[in-house]
Design a protein. Structure first.
Length: 631
């Protein structure tokens, strides 16, 4: 039978595995047992929902066998099995390998073994300890059985075999021992016991192995004889059913890593039970890193759903609100029907009640973390805060009550995060608005000329750097009665009566100059006016109420929004020397004023991060002005 080649990414990953010197290679056993347990879950679920596939719970087991002579370790389960096509797709390529990120990460990963866990490629970890892997399997839903075998990189073979029992038997031919690594340890009873205990104790099916026992010799009671006996190595109590006081941090971490395909410990564990109309236990985790594809469409969120300890489905999406879709974990309820399908999930009122209860609990956990573990919360926010903001925006503000106090922003005060509550509490009495400024990064924002007046007043300014920020804030509209105010939009409301009057007089006195500049700039601005928000800078660009400059900048990335523009106003600092220069030019050579106006507008655009429409014309004008000045 011809050998088949692995898909390119799988090959690369295999290469990583085979040459891995990863110190933690022992986790291969946890991965294979976890796969076996999943397969048993599937078979049991099938048996409960389809009368043609009855199976007794006691026949659902995982068997481990060692053969020291041949250096093989076997992991056998009586689970759902795989047919030929499933072998091909599940073992010939890496599950979930379609994404471009995956390929890109793999390219970089030659030295970085972390990628292995990140993408959930459990089965392949067998190649960390095995030089050859043989998988015999018979599916519950097929009459035929097949063997998949591979010695690694040069491909795999699938052949038809005879196998009576349903399930999967994986044989690992261990690598030869080296100085660094004693692979033969995996043939030792003590080692296997240790690993099962450490990583797979909670598995809800018996993990059995033939162990050697010493019993009294019936013919001579001063002696013992050794016999073989089948022993169950795990306690089989699911972790979430155990008493919380009896569970160590380590237990949670190992459980999380083995079940939810992560390589690193979770940042936060949320474990609780609810008794009442709807009784359930939830064991939830917040990952300590952002999953590589979290902000892509191929990221699948959701919780595992169990009913009375029976696995029902993976990634039940309807249990989690969008805002908390970074949470993984499981829910086990006494009160759910076994026959609930993915389609019905959304309509089921029990499920709705469950989802809303989960939402509250997650919310409380986050609030609690913010209040009592600020540093941890900030870390969390760095990973998933963006998702909270997206949801605030996408839900049209409907979730604002839940979300508004979970938001963090950097600000002009110090280089640290503030909540909106902290911001408002820190406001001087006379301050009426919550000021914010937008830009692509903190350094850029800190230099915006329009910050000057607000800063001078001693008011804090929120620095918004994510593209969704201003959209999300516009959904909130206000916080505790204080409206949000962009520093580059509309009226900042900072002028005293005197200042207002002075500004009016200046405007009146320079009416013709301002009109001439506006005429020179045509439709690019709605108005040219005297500014009261600038201190040192000559000009700035602001937007009238409505679409902001930042929103225009973001929306313009999508060609569909080509015509969407903010209504712009060019503001001039009347106390800057440029103002005198403009007055002079207007008196002496009104034609030249057009060039001045155009250059100043483009400068203001650049500072705001907006493109200038004709860069060549702009630079030509500057050059001309330089030459004129030198003459
Ligand atoms: P993952 O478990 O993250 O999906 P794996 O590489 O460990 O990734 O396994 C790939 C797939 O192969 C599994 O999703 C499952 O469909 C199938 N598989 C692996 N081991 C078994 C098994 N013992 N019995 C049945 N199917 C299995």
């Amino acid at each position: 039978m011809a050998k088949k080649q692995f898909k390119a990414e799988s090959k690369k990953l295999l290469d990583l595995m085979i040459n891995s010197i990863y110190t933690n290679s022992e986790i291969f056993l946890r991965e294979l047992i976890s796969n076996a347990s999943d397969a048993l879950d599937k078979r049991y679920y099938l048996s409960l929902t389809d009368a043609n596939h009855k199976v007794s719970k006691k026949d659902l087991t995982i068997r481990l066998e060692v053969d020291k002579e041949n250096r093989t370790l076997v992991i056998e389960d009586t689970g759902i099995g795989m047919n030929k096509e499933e072998m091909e797709t599940n073992l010939g390529t890496i599950a979930k390998s379609g994404s471009e990120e995956f390929k890109a990460q793999l390219e970089k990963a030659t030295k970085n073994i972390d990628i292995i866990g990140q993408f959930g490629v459990g089965f392949y970890s067998a190649f960390m300890v095995g030089k050859k892997i043989v998988v015999d399997s018979k599916s519950s839903l097929s009459e035929e059985a097949y063997r998949w075998e591979s010695q690694g990189i040069d491909g795999y073979q699938i052949t038809k075999i005879d196998k009576d029992s349903i399930g999967t038997r994986i044989t690992i031919y261990l690598k030869d021992d080296t100085e660094e690594k004693q692979y033969s340890d995996y043939l030792e009873e003590w080692k296997i016991k240790e690993l099962v205990h450490k990583y797979s104790d909670y598995v809800r099916y018996p993990i059995q192995m033939e162990v050697t026992k010493q019993i009294p010799d019936p013919t001579d009671d001063t002696k013992t004889i050794s016999t073989k006996e089948l022993e169950t190595l795990n306690s089989m109590i699911p972790l979430w059913k155990k008493n919380k006081n009896k569970i160590s941090k380590e237990d949670y971490n190992e459980f999380y890593k083995s079940k939810f395909n992560d390589w690193v410990d979770p940042q936060k564990v949320i474990h609780y039970s609810v008794e009442g109309n709807l009784s359930y236990t939830a064991l939830l985790f917040i990952p300590s890193e952002t999953p590589y594809n979290f902000y892509n469409t191929d990221f699948e969120s959701g919780l595992q759903l169990y009913s009375k300890g029976v696995f029902i489905m993976d990634k039940a999406k309807d249990l989690l609100p969008e805002s908390y879709r970074f949470v993984t974990g499981l829910v086990d309820s006494e009160d759910l029907s076994l026959n609930i399908s993915r389609e019905l999930l959304q309509q089921d009122h029990q499920v709705k009640a469950l989802a809303s209860s989960l939402e509250k609990k997650i919310h409380n956990a986050l609030e609690d973390m913010l209040k009592n573990e600020r540093e941890e919360y900030e870390k969390f926010f760095d990973h998933f805060g963006l998702n909270l903001k997206y949801d605030l925006y996408k839900s049209y503000g409907m979730h604002q009550e839940q979300l508004k106090d979970l938001l963090l922003y950097k600000s002009s005060k110090e280089n640290r995060y503030v909540t909106l509550k902290e911001y408002v509490e820190g406001m001087p009495k006379e301050q009426e608005k919550i000021y914010y400024a937008c830009g692509s990064n903190l350094e850029e924002i800190a230099q915006l000329p329009a910050l000057a007046k607000v800063k001078e007043k001693g008011y804090e300014i929120l620095y918004l750097t994510d593209s969704v920020d201003e959209f999300a804030i516009s959904m909130l509209n206000q916080y505790e009665g204080k409206p949000f105010q962009s520093i580059t939009k509309g009226d900042l409301g900072l002028d005293s009566e005197e200042e207002k009057k002075a500004k009016e007089e200046q405007t009146e006195a320079n009416k013709d100059l301002l009109t001439a500049m506006k005429d020179a700039l045509k439709d690019e601005v709605k108005e040219v006016r005297i500014s009261s928000r600038l201190l040192d800078a000559p000009v700035c660009l602001i937007a009238e109420d409505g679409l902001s400059l930042e929103m225009e900048r973001i929306l313009s990335h999508d060609p569909a929004n080509a015509g969407v523009k903010a209504t712009k106003i060019l503001e001039i600092n009347p106390n800057h020397p440029i103002f005198k220069a403009l007055q002079k030019v207007y008196q002496e050579d009104p034609k030249q004023l057009e060039d001045y106006a155009s250059v100043l507008l483009n400068q203001a655009r650049l500072i705001e991060g907006l493109p200038i429409e004709n860069p060549v014309e702009y630079t030509n004008k500057i050059t001309e002005l330089m030459i004129r000045n030198a003459n």
